[in-house]
Design a binder for this molecule. Structure first.
Ligand code: 7RM
Length: 687
């Protein structure tokens, strides 16, 4: 990834002309103010939002240094607000009730619906009233396991309206992952849907939710309400299914009755249909005024020890930050139609499908489907149909679609586009250029936005009206973000150089704690370098000051933008009785960015076979979810360990790609194992 001498792409003129920030000078001025006078900078922004009570204490207060006591971050002390009110009521009161909030686009192109701000507000109030009637109160945790439908947005906002805390679990996770998260969050209320088509695949959400509820019960946590959206009756099934092929799997037929209706098993003790629950509820419900530092949501993210962490965000700071990053990074303008392809189950969906856009009174596309179904031009078709101007997706999707060539893109009129965003992993310059030239017709601004579940919103990103971009670089820090690069000893690298990417002070959107485990929060992010938030990513600063995020420096891997820890996968593998030990590393993958390459040491008397690898893949799918399925599993008669027993992963990463340039292996207890492992590599192409 050469930065020196690489081409620079200036902001598209049509964006710069009307931008909220239209030059580097303006960016620098604003940035400087955000660092030198955070209170004045964010205080001005806060004026755009409704606060029931104003700040009474310090505008911002924090400790980033574990040697000085506990880590804490507080913004807007004493103020009271409600984020749902700011997303909906505020706009409806301003006469924007009839504006479309979401164009919902189903998995099947025949399914579509428009939802206005007024519609959303009514539906949110009905659900809020129902939840209240069921005793859901301030601070209660509500788990949400849903497809990309408007009811998911309604659920989040209703929970926030009554001061409860949402914990959304991505609808691709398994029952065990869902129950792990529900147990950790102490969630006794779940909101789900019967099922959803994802491409030609049917995901039985209710069935998975039932299993998760069962697991919770076994661990003595009783779920008292499972609210279920009846989604299947409103959607068009894939042709292959209506023709009788039932997803190529006759067993799937068991889920439909004679009339073709989707069947669910029902437990009247906890299950309630959403439409029954809301039928008689009032469409008015006053918001509960919350402290700015009360929790808004938790969202689980992989930790390097394997146990997912409940990243906790609070109301006030997250509101300001998700709204402000949305406004500036995409340069949101009143007539835009915005389309973010991320699932709401990930942080990108929280901040840039729900909160950021709604806080800005934006009109967005909410897409249920996948980029390649029923054809590979699906995104482009949607962009043409709704005249999307701002589009946000992931490098893995761009690389997938690139493989089909330019024709599926060229078939559509994409001239409405002006800003294209990328998120989830470093974008390779080739994909960046294709995105710019083929999708954007060389007349757009590209924003490569670097951020994390933990940061709440973009922390390093170009601004589309201001920043001259270098393909592959996330460019410069967002307002309020104080970037530093540190070497292994914690010494700051000034100017050009590469090191640990850290931040010196809090911006409003930073997480506040790991739910139920503040110590883990401190250890994970602050122990390594006292005084800094440590991202866990490495980065390089070039001679022009551009930041190039190079990727994770811990035992994490990033598959199609989904973070996984090696420990999480390893612990799933060793649950198989034939596996004594396992080590998992990332291997570069042309589409997914990284894929899983697993080494397994077998228990005495067990044999390595295709059957075993199939079982292991199933195990990982069951424990974590389909997106975590390993691409490679190889036999490891032993693992390369140091004398203290630490697995030398860099050696395994080399073996995974077939590279013999191992570097120094003299500290291995048994260096000869490296050659043995090399001999056991599966043949290329065989997975
Ligand atoms: C938003 C999100 C976070 C990790 C992060 C990085 C990687 C994300 C970029 C990126 C390079 C980018 N949250 N990452 N965006 N790396 N350039 N633009 O993805 O919590 O799921 O993942 O993703 O490693 O630490 S996340």
């Amino acid at each position: 990834m050469a930065s020196e001498g690489c081409q620079i792409f200036n902001p598209a003129e049509k964006v710069a002309k009307i931008s909220h920030c239209s030059s580097m000078e303006q960016y620098k001025q604003m940035y400087e103010k955000s660092i030198k006078e955070p209170e004045a900078f964010w205080g001005e922004i806060a004026k755009d939002f409704y606060f029931e009570e104003a700040v009474t204490g310090k505008f911002v207060d924090y400790n980033f240094d574990t040697t000085n006591g506990k880590i804490f971050i507080r913004w807007l002390a004493g103020a009271k607000t409600n984020i749902c009110y700011n997303c909906l009521d505020r706009h409806v009161a301003a006469g924007k009730g009839d504006q479309v909030a979401f164009y919902w686009v189903g998995n099947d192109p025949a399914d579509a619906e428009e939802v206005t701000y007024a519609d959303l507000l009514k539906e949110v109030c009905r659900l809020a009233n129902y939840l209240k009637s069921k005793g859901v109160a301030k601070g209660d945790k509500v788990a949400i396991y849903m497809p990309m439908i408007k009811e998911l947005v309604v659920a989040m906002l209703a929970v926030a309206r009554i001061g409860a805390v949402h914990s959304i679990v991505f609808g691709g996770y398994s029952a065990e992952s869902l129950s792990d998260r529900m147990l950790d969050a102490e969630a006794r209320v779940l909101i789900t849907a019967d099922a959803v088509w994802r491409g030609a695949k049917l995901i039985h959400l209710k069935e998975i939710a039932d299993d998760a509820i069962k697991i919770c019960k076994e661990k003595e946590q009783n779920v008292r309400l499972n609210l279920v959206v009846q989604h299947m009756k409103n959607v068009t099934a894939p042709q292959s299914v209506t023709n009788g092929a039932a997803n190529g799997n006759p067993a799937k037929k068991t889920h439909f009755d004679d009339k073709g209706n989707y069947k669910v098993t029902w437990n009247p003790e906890v299950d309630v249909w959403w439409h029954d629950a809301l039928a008689y509820m009032s469409t008015e419900c006053p918001p509960l005024w919350m402290d700015t530092e009360d929790p808004l949501f938790m969202l689980y993210t992989s930790g390097s020890t394997g146990k997912p962490k409940g990243v906790l965000h609070t109301i006030g700071g997250y509101m300001l930050y998700s709204a402000t990053t949305f406004k500036y990074s995409f340069d949101y303008q009143p007539n835009d139609v915005y389309f973010c392809t991320a699932d709401i189950g990930w942080i990108t969906g929280h901040s840039y499908v729900t909160y950021g856009p709604l806080l800005n009174n934006a009109t967005s596309v909410l897409f249920e489907g996948v980029p390649t179904y029923p054809h590979t031009g699906r995104f482009w078709e949607i962009i043409e149909k709704y005249k999307v101007s701002k589009f946000y997706t992931a490098p893995t999707a761009i690389r997938t679609l690139m493989k089909f060539g330019d024709d599926p893109v060229k078939k559509y009129d994409l001239s409405s586009l002006s800003v294209l965003g990328s998120v989830g992993e470093p974008i390779n310059p080739e994909a960046w250029l294709w995105y710019y030239k083929v999708v954007g017709d060389s007349n757009v601004s590209i924003v490569d936005t670097f951020w994390q579940t933990e940061t709440g919103g973009h922390v390093i990103t170009p601004l589309p009206g201001a920043t001259p971009c270098k393909p592959g670089s996330a460019c410069f820090p967002f307002f309020g973000v104080d970037v530093a690069l540190l070497d292994e000893e914690g010494a700051e690298i000034k100017g050009e150089g590469e090191g640990y990417l850290v931040f010196r002070r809090p911006w409003p959107g930073i997480m506040r704690t790991v739910y139920g485990n503040h110590e883990r929060f401190e250890t994970t992010y602050f122990k390594k370098f006292p005084g800094f938030y440590c991202t866990g990513d490495g980065a390089r600063r070039d001679k022009d000051g551009y930041i190039w995020v190079t990727g994770r420096i811990d035992d994490m891997l990033n598959v199609s933008g989904h973070l996984l820890s090696t420990a999480q996968v390893e612990s799933a593998m060793v649950e198989h009785s034939s596996v004594a030990e396992s080590a998992v590393v990332a291997r570069p993958h042309t589409v997914k960015g990284e894929c899983l390459y697993c080494f397994v040491t077998l228990a005495e008397g067990c044999e390595f076979s295709d059957k075993l690898t199939a079982e292991l893949k199933n195990k990982v799918r069951g424990r974590i979810g389909p997106f975590a399925t390993p691409d490679f599993i190889q036999l490891a008669p032993g693992l390369p360990k140091t004398r203290s027993g630490k697995i030398m992963r860099r050696v395994l990463r080399k073996i995974a790609v077939g590279d013999r340039d191992f570097g120094d292996i003299s500290t291995l207890a048994d260096p000869s194992i490296v050659e043995v492992l090399f001999q056991h590599r599966p043949k290329e192409g065989k997975v």
